[in-house]
Design a protein around this ligand. Structure first.
Ligand SMILES: CC(C)(COP(=O)(O)OP(=O)(O)OC[C@H]1O[C@@H](n2cnc3c(N)ncnc32)[C@H](O)[C@@H]1OP(=O)(O)O)[C@@H](O)C(=O)NCCC(=O)NCCS
Length: 131
């Protein structure tokens, strides 16, 4: 987990300027964390929070040097499989507008208005899981 938090810190706090004090929160204690590991290094991560039949994915991050190689897609597909095996029927997430196209390609649909989270514009997106 320390490597997961280090990657998140690099991506969200250092690269994107998200305030350090909100990057790790109490949801991390109960979330399921996925990590993509290459040569012993964590190069990607996300977390899953289960709320009844709805899973929420967050903190999706791939290290800058490993982007556009399919790591993010693989993590999202693993998250959907994990969520489904735990009874989830759908996934929701708050997408940064700069990552909107990434989630759209994976079948997520936007809903509602753009909102601010940590100083970055986001939009909610949702996808029904195949049961
Ligand atoms: C967004 C992010 C997770 C994508 O991870 P990645 O490993 O580079 O993505 P992949 O290589 O699996 O890309 C899958 C597809 O999405 C596309 N894609 C990747 N990032 C995209 C983006 N920001 N916008 C639009 N499309 C994108 C890829 O081109 C690829 O398309 P293809 O299927 O046609 O080949 C990564 O860029 C990242 O960590 N960014 C910084 C943190 C961040 O913004 N996280 C999201 C918070 S909501």
């Amino acid at each position: 987990m320390s490597a997961v938090y280090a990657l998140r810190h690099n991506v969200f706090v250092v690269e994107q300027g998200v305030p350090e004090e909100i990057e790790v929160d109490e949801d991390d204690m109960v979330a399921t964390h996925l990590a993509a590991v290459s040569d012993g290094h964590v190069i990607g991560t996300l977390r899953i929070l289960l709320h009844g039949r709805t899973a929420k994915i967050g903190r999706m991050a791939v290290s800058a040097s490993s982007r556009t190689e399919g790591i993010g897609r693989e993590l999202m597909e693993s998250a959907a499989t994990t969520a489904s095996s735990r009874g989830a029927e759908e996934i929701i997430l708050g997408a940064q507008l700069t990552a909107y196209g990434f989630y759209k390609r994976l079948g997520y649909m936007e809903e509602g208005a753009v909102f601010d989270d940590g100083g970055t514009p986001h939009v909610m997106m949702r996808k029904k899981l195949q049961l």
